[in-house]
Design a protein around this ligand. Structure first.
Ligand SMILES: [Zn+2]
Length: 290
């Protein structure tokens, strides 16, 4: 049986899936990275994820999605995991597994996976986590611009806002990534809280936590409105860890978008789990798209 493996190397986890030739997921696994990881440790964990998913026969290829700018199989720069800068993943993995290896930006992988399984031809994928990532499908093809299209997290939504990790001010991801949730939680509850805690509190019906998500939805909706004016996608697919809380912020997102947009709103969908790894596996099966 022909199959492909896809891996998503995130800031906190490495996730992997195996898909068959019809792109059905047949196996999946996840491994947690320690808080302060090193390149060596992360690569060791990548190998153990791959060992668990690669069988002897039929491996068509391995796809690897990584957060940051990728060129020719190398992760050039990763603002949220700087210890991984300049890692040649293609060399590291193709040397060990003797198969085709494709390496791409994690959100581009997710966009490719969505393109494979959805009917729409114009898709915007947005991942909400440590940072914000974007991936674009235009007219049924990945849109890459010169090479770095989709860095939507660094679109400024407030010209004199706080300085972002990238050096720009008032970036979308200062407001709608996990940093934004933490800031809102501190403002509204007066307490330091991680986004998953705000999620748990909201699930228990805590009023302040629910308010945090409502305010968060307004900020996210503002950024998404800007993107719709430029891209006018048929669907926005939301992924990343924060998308787990979507039931608490989605209504506020849509309301904000309706308030701001005079053009019709797109559909908004929430991604499945393992969406990045699934897309990376699809790339390995199909060959890396340009
Ligand atoms: Zn930025």
């Amino acid at each position: 049986m022909v199959y492909a493996v896809g891996v998503d190397i995130g800031g906190s986890h490495i996730e992997g899936v195996r898909i068959d030739s019809r792109k059905r997921v047949t196996n999946k696994t996840t491994i947690k990275l320690p808080k302060r990881s090193t390149k060596k440790a992360a690569v060791g964990m990548l190998y153990s994820v791959l060992d668990g998913l690669c069988e002897d026969k039929g491996l068509k290829g391995i796809g690897i999605g990584v957060a940051g700018a990728v060129k020719d199989g190398v992760l050039i720069r990763s603002p949220n995991s700087p210890f991984m800068d300049s890692t040649d993943f293609r060399k590291l993995v193709s040397g060990k597994y003797e198969t085709r290896v494709v390496v791409d930006n994690d959100v581009t992988c997710m966009a490719f996976g969505e393109m494979m399984k959805r009917d729409e031809e114009n898709i915007l994928v947005v991942t909400l986590g440590t940072g914000i990532g974007g991936g674009l499908v235009s007219g049924g093809r990945l849109y890459r611009g010169k090479s770095h299209a989709g860095e939507i997290g660094h679109m400024s939504i407030r010209f004199d806002g706080p300085v972002c990790v990238c050096g720009n001010t008032g970036c979308f991801e200062e407001y709608a990534s996990a940093r934004g949730v933490r800031r809102l939680a501190a403002e509204i509850t007066g307490r330091k809280m991680e986004s998953h805690t705000v999620f748990e509190q909201a699930a228990k019906g805590n009023k302040a936590a629910l308010r945090v998500w409502k305010e968060y939805g307004k900020l996210l909706g503002t950024g998404l409105s800007n993107l719709c004016f430029i891209l006018d996608p048929e669907v926005i697919v939301i992924g990343g860890g924060i998308s787990e809380a979507s039931e608490y912020f989605m209504e506020a997102v849509k309301k904000e978008m309706r308030n701001r947009m005079f053009i019709p709103l797109p559909k908004i969908a929430v991604a499945r789990t393992y969406a990045n790894a699934f897309g990376a596996a699809c790339m390995a099966l199909e060959g890396q798209p340009r």
